[in-house]
Design a protein around this ligand. Sequence first.
Ligand code: NAD
Ligand code: DAU
Length: 351
Amino acid sequence: MLVAGGAGFIGANFARYMLAKYPDYRIVVYDKLTYAGNLDNLQDLDEKYADKYVFVKGDICNGEQVNDTIQQYEIDAIVNFAAETHVDRSLFNPDVFVQNNVFGTHKLLEAAKLFGNIRFHQVSTDEVYGEVLRGSFHEDDPLETRSPYSASKGAADLLASSYYFSFGLPVTITRGSNNIGPYQYPEKVVPLFITNALENQPLPIYGDGKYARDYQHVMDHCSGIDLVLHCGQLGEIYNVGGGNEVEALNLAKLILKKLNKPYSLIRFVEDRIGQDRRYSLNCAKIKNLGWVPQYTFETAIDDTIHWYINNEWWWRKIKSGEYLEYYEKQYRERLDKAIETVFSPSQGDEL
Ligand code: NAD
Ligand code: DAU
């Protein structure tokens, strides 16, 4: 199995999950190692699964290299996690999102078609539906993408489906909600808030902090992808969400409370442009396949917080590199303009 983008957050967790669950599978992690790709995410696999796991540094946009890798390792399934994934970055530089997420997915699909019946699974996102103010999205709802990131993911979904309908490629797609857990790059809100709180740095809340996201533990997302890969109906799309809707301000308060840090670290900053107010997924379809998430929101956030407390070596290395430049660009002016808000002691239990 080729796990494209497997040196990133979810892909690395997925590779580890599959190697542990299926002793006779062989996994090739294929990853370009962008700023978000990190061999530290896979460091235990080399030794533990020496004969079953291999890492190949490669770009999904490079068709020749993709083909050579498929041939060399006799790949019979591709799970595509490879993408540019941060919405804020897609507002600075949409170009790499179109290149990696659309053109790259196209190249992988072409390779799967060229070699015959390679099983293809595309990892997508709830953001392709756009915002939903009431109720939850079903798989057959229209795509109403609103950021360059979500537009590029929506385009990749359409391409993947088109290869099923036009060429009979055995394709499935999952659309996941926000993941949390080990190895998430600290640009995303949960690891950003946890690591900033641990360093007594401000927690930047976009706009009024009432933007709701549905958080799930990365391992539940991985088990959903595994189930669809093995039991999903070809050509179909499956939503995978935790059903844990949390607004950003409440998330910040919860994290601060759990880390015993003051609410005075909270800063309301200039909003993300065009931000979607709320995401929510109806997951009846994957539950009918037998998907049962193992984590509640409480156990998922506790596991995540403990992982960041116990793995400073991992995130401190990241926070001293390219990240600093990104952080300055994204937050310095916003934080300089922000005013400290005073919360009464009774506030903070809204979850
Ligand atoms: P991530 O940013 O942590 O990792 C992305 C990985 O893709 C990195 O290792 C990067 O090096 C690699 N990559 C990027 N472009 C590449 C290319 N051209 N060739 C090869 N590798 C390349 O992302 P993540 O959070 O692990 O997300 C993985 C996938 O899941 C993405 O497709 C994302 O859209 C989707 N998704 C993420 C979430 C979430 O909450 N994080 C939720 C739903 C869906
Ligand atoms: O919904 C799934 C998507 O979740 C994935 O497809 C994306 O790859 C992933 O990045 C994530 O996108 P979001 O934009 O929802 O995640 P992010 O962690 O960037 O933001 C979550 C919420 O927190 C959002 O409402 C914006 C808010 N936020 C975020 C940051 C980084 C803040 O208030 N302050 C911040 O500094």
